[in-house]
Ligand binder design. Structure first.
Ligand code: NAD
Ligand code: DAU
Length: 340
């Protein structure tokens, strides 16, 4: 039996991770700490809330005293840090909270790990720490050796956290792994991000805001495949290593939006070009060969097989979507798109 701390488990990826792991490993214990920010939704955890091997604690990872107390009481074997401010557009509007949660929150967790002892601290990072690739060089991919070169306050905060995790490994001998994944999509995706936003707006026959010319490329991975990769890295990955996660599903934003419109039977006339995101990364593309060759990971979904069920999930879960359309969500949407 192992005990896992999962931070940020009321969010998109952490929530999917918990759904899978709590059911797949009934002998292990999963404790979720989440501050329930605008992006955290306790309803996401409803399907596992009453499981014997799951416990939820409402707390902020920056609250040092509370976090240390939880570590003292729970005796974790593994810590997986999903908790973060995750939306690039919000980091352009208000960088400060990204530095607090993404950097100082990571430090607090690792200090607690040092004090109370753990088998492994895993940092859930992002391919955005590598910056972007040019659109006219399809032969180039991010490898684990690609230099850190960030564009947004969000990616700078995630890169800072990665460097801190590596420093704690080298200086204090903290057992760590880091994973850097490409863009995710799937169930429980907050509708401020491109795919669920487009589904929601297309269903309401609203204009679909495409930043710039829609030619920016993202490498889309179904959230299920991200979760199985993290599980493998935490259990079998080598101490101190970074692993890239991605499934070679590169699409322009325009291709993604047109696919969704076709699936929903909605007209392309809904597409509206708006002012570009400041510092907008051109292209992300992951080389996942280290993860595949060393740990034997294989994705279950391609974009073509994953997008249909994702749209279907959104159609069937209107209640979950409507419940997160709070005042804060509406304020952000109005501000973000006001001058675009
Ligand atoms: P999300 O915004 O959907 O969820 C974040 C969760 O963290 C929420 O439940 C929120 O309440 C919680 N949280 C925020 N601040 C907190 C704090 N101070 N203390 C405790 N909990 C806090 O994010 P996501 O898309 O699920 O991303 C999860 C992780 O994966 C992040 O670290 C992100 O950088 C990384 N990542 C995301 C993607 C993607 O495509 N979404 C891809 C690669 C990596
Ligand atoms: O690559 C991993 C990253 O993917 C994660 O680290 C981030 O947490 C996650 O939010 C995501 O970042 P992106 O900025 O790539 O995702 P987003 O869904 O915000 O945007 C995807 C693309 O779509 C990007 O090129 C910007 C564009 N876009 C986005 C929105 C919200 C639009 O054209 N219009 C929009 O309204």
């Amino acid at each position: 039996m192992s005990k896992f701390l999962i931070t940020g488990g009321a969010g998109f990826i952490g929530g999917n991770f918990l759904h899978i792991m709590v059911n797949n490993y009934p002998e292990d214990q999963y404790v979720c700490i989440d501050a329930l920010t605008y992006a955290g939704n306790i309803e996401t955890l409803e399907p596992i809330m009453n499981k014997n091997n799951f416990k939820f604690i409402h707390e902020n990872i920056c609250n040092r005293e509370a976090i240390f107390k939880i570590f003292e009481e729970e005796h974790f074997d593994y810590v997986i840090n999903f908790a973060a401010e995750s939306h690039v557009d919000r980091s352009i509007e208000n960088p400060g909270i990204f530095l607090n949660t993404n950097i100082l929150g990571t430090q607090t967790l690792m200090d607690a790990c040092r004090k109370y002892g753990i088998k492994r601290y895993h940092q859930v990072s992002t391919d955005e720490v590598y910056g972007d690739l040019p659109l006219d060089r399809p032969d180039l991919f991010f490898t684990e050796d690609t230099p850190i070169n960030t564009s947004s306050p969000y990616s700078a905060s995630k890169a800072s956290a990665d460097l801190l995790v590596q420093a704690y490994h080298r200086t204090f001998g903290l057992p760590i792994t880091i994973s850097r994944c490409s863009n995710n999509y799937g169930p429980y995706h907050f509708p401020e991000k491109l795919i669920p936003l487009i589904i929601k707006k297309a269903l309401a026959n609203e204009q679909l805001p495409i930043y710039g010319n829609g030619q920016n490329v993202r490498d889309w991975l179904h959230v299920y495949d991200h979760c199985t990769a993290i599980d493998l890295i935490v259990r079998k990955g080598k101490n101190g290593e970074v692993y890239n996660i991605g499934g070679h599903n590169e699409k322009t934003n325009l291709e993604v939006v047109k696919t969704i419109l076709k699936e929903l039977g909605k007209p392309e006339s809904l597409i509206t070009y708006v002012k570009d995101r400041a510092g907008h990364d051109l292209r992300y593309a992951i080389d996942p060969s280290k993860l595949m060759n060393e740990l034997g990971w294989k994705p279950k979904y391609t974009f073509e097989t994953g997008i249909g069920p994702t749209i279907q999930w959104n159609l069937e879960n209107q209640k979950w979507i409507n419940n997160i359309l709070s005042g804060e969500y509406i304020r952000f949407m109005n501000d973000n798109y006001k001058n675009k």
